[in-house]
Design a protein around this ligand. Structure first.
Ligand code: NDP
Length: 490
């Protein structure tokens, strides 16, 4: 707490209202010096390694294996053997027991995972603690519930597992994306080879410990770390029956081209450029909170981030004023501090990409606002940013920035809002702020987005399907819909 001033005999009052540091202890995490590849329930020694760091401090955390094509083939073979050896044919109620066990262990070890997620990825501890971990456990609980009910989920369609699933995940929600992918795959009787992102492998590697604790049969889940070459080897492997990919649109398109005609199943969850649409009849202060949550949550490294704010012209000025004032209160800094709102940018590469797009916004004529805030000297940081005077054609209104950068545009009528919101190659998510229920439904029917939030933003639940239209990909994850990509029907 700040220093206290005492005037005469009057009660003590704080001299300023800044928060004292409240760092979460790292002691709960026991890092190894180096990690192997988790194949067939054992640690395989990699031939090459690379260093993973903390993006907040640039300090090295551990050496990570770079899986080669041959390593990936070993992992695929282990997954195939586990599939044939019984995982695909044991009763669903038995598979459910393993999933429930994994979910409970994740809950028990939540603090350890949350601290590690923030150390390796740079996200604020209050997000990894209150969002990533509870949701990851919830996905395992939810899909555990479906494992013995597939016949009821798809009546008269004889659901069968697909086989070996190759899963490639990004760095923005490392453990949560792992849960989104592994839980439904296992519930349906598939086995898995998963590749975490190069910059954030640590929680996936700690998860291998959970698999052993849960006594999951060897080979049912295999984790191969490495860069894009490892992902490409997984996509190319002939032993893989299905690929699930979350990441950039460019890589996703390449994978789709590569798999065309192979008969392999594919789901792609790619980028977004979501419209967060604010009407003049909404509860303005709540909308401001939703806008802030929409774009500054997880430093804007969110595929469904509300990166384009559409403000109805009649409230444009008060809305932007309130937003700027709210930005001044955001605390940027140490991800492990419990008071931090905005953490570190995930990598130097991503920071460069954000800077380049922000510079293009300035060059094209938009007006930039950043609240006064002191950024740490070490690590990768970017201040929360708002652009006003943005035209639809600007790159900052068209391209995914994947950083804490908001572009504000305006509209007059609902029709105009729809036309502008849909003017994007993407179609992952959108938000609507209005007090009229009929208007919410009218908008939701016309927005080309997989998810439309009403008077809220970035809400997730394992029971609700998530996925995109257009260049945001295809296939759904979550809910009943999330089972289908992991099943064949004959
Ligand atoms: P990528 O699409 O490169 O990464 C996603 C995953 O795919 C990672 O595990 C990556 O490995 C792997 N990968 C990379 N190349 C290949 C390949 N040829 N074949 C198979 N797998 C591959 O995204 P980036 O990390 O490069 O981020 C770039 C941009 O993508 C971001 O700025 C953002 O705009 C967008 N993005 C969108 C995400 C979303 O959730 N929709 C998530 C992440 C990024 P590795 O980590 O080793 O490169």
């Amino acid at each position: 707490m700040a220093e206290l001033d005492r005037k005469g005999g009057s009660p003590a009052v704080p001299a300023d209202w800044t928060y004292a540091p409240a760092p979460e202890s790292k002691d709960i995490v026991k890092l190894r010096e180096r990690y192997g590849l988790f194949v067939g329930g054992e640690w395989l020694e990699p031939t090459e390694s690379y260093e993973t760091i903390s993006p907040a401090t640039e300090e090295p955390l551990a050496m990570i294996g770079q899986a080669t094509k041959a390593d990936v083939e070993l992992a695929v073979a282990a997954a195939r053997a586990a599939f044939d050896d019984g995982w695909s044919s044991i009763p669903g109620s038995e598979r459910a027991k393993y999933l429930f066990r994994i979910a409970r262990i994740l809950q028990e070890r939540a603090r350890e995972f949350a601290v590690l997620e923030s150390m390796n990825g740079g996200k604020p501890i209050k997000e990894s603690r209150d969002v990533d971990l509870p949701l990851a456990a919830a996905h395992f609980f939810y899909y555990a519930g479906w494992a013995d009910k597939l016949e009821y989920a798809f009546p008269n369609r004889r659901p069968r597992p697909v086989g070996v699933a190759g899963q490639i995940i990004p760095w923005n929600f490392p453990l949560l994306m792992l849960a989104w992918k592994i839980a439904p795959a296992l519930a349906c009787g598939n086995t898995v080879v998963l590749k975490p992102a190069e910059t954030t492998p640590l929680t996936a590697l700690l998860f291998c410990d959970v698999l052993r604790q849960a006594e999951l049969p060897a080979g049912v889940v295999n984790i191969v770390t490495g860069d894009g070459r490892t992902g490409a080897a997984l996509v190319e492997s002939e032993g893989v029956d299905k690929i699930a990919f979350t990441g950039s649109t460019d890589v996703g398109k390449g994978i789709q081209r590569q798999l065309a005609g192979t008969g392999k199943k594919l789901t792609l969850e790619l980028g977004g450029k979501a419209a967060n649409i604010v009407f003049d009849d909404c509860a303005l202060d709540q909308a401001v909170e939703g806008i802030v949550n929409g774009i500054y949550f997880n430093q804007g490294h969110v595929c469904c981030a509300g990166s384009r704010l559409f403000a109805q012209e009649s409230i444009y000025e008060p809305l932007v004023d309130k937003l700027k004032r709210r930005l001044e209160t955001l605390r940027v800094g140490d991800p492990l501090d419990k008071n931090t709102d905005v953490g570190a940018i995930n990598s130097s590469m991503q920071l460069e990409k954000i800077k380049e797009l922000v510079e293009s916004g300035r060059q094209e004529g938009a007006e930039i606002y950043q609240p006064p805030c002191r950024l740490p000297e070490k690590g990768y940081w970017f201040a929360p940013t708002v652009f006003t005077n943005v035209a639809q054609s600007y790159r900052i209104a068209q391209e995914e920035i994947f950083g804490p950068v908001l572009s504000v545009l305006t509209f007059r009528t609902p029709d105009e809002a729809i036309e502008k919101a849909n003017n994007t190659p993407y179609g992952l998510s959108a938000g609507v702020w209005t007090e009229k229920g009929s208007r919410i439904l009218w908008m939701a029917q016309r927005l080309r987005a997989g998810v439309v939030w009403a008077n809220t933003y970035n809400r997730f639940d394992p029971t609700s399907p998530f996925g995109g239209y257009k260049e945001s990909g295809f296939g759904r994850e979550g809910g009943l819909h999330g089972l289908e990509p992991y099943l064949r029907f004959d």
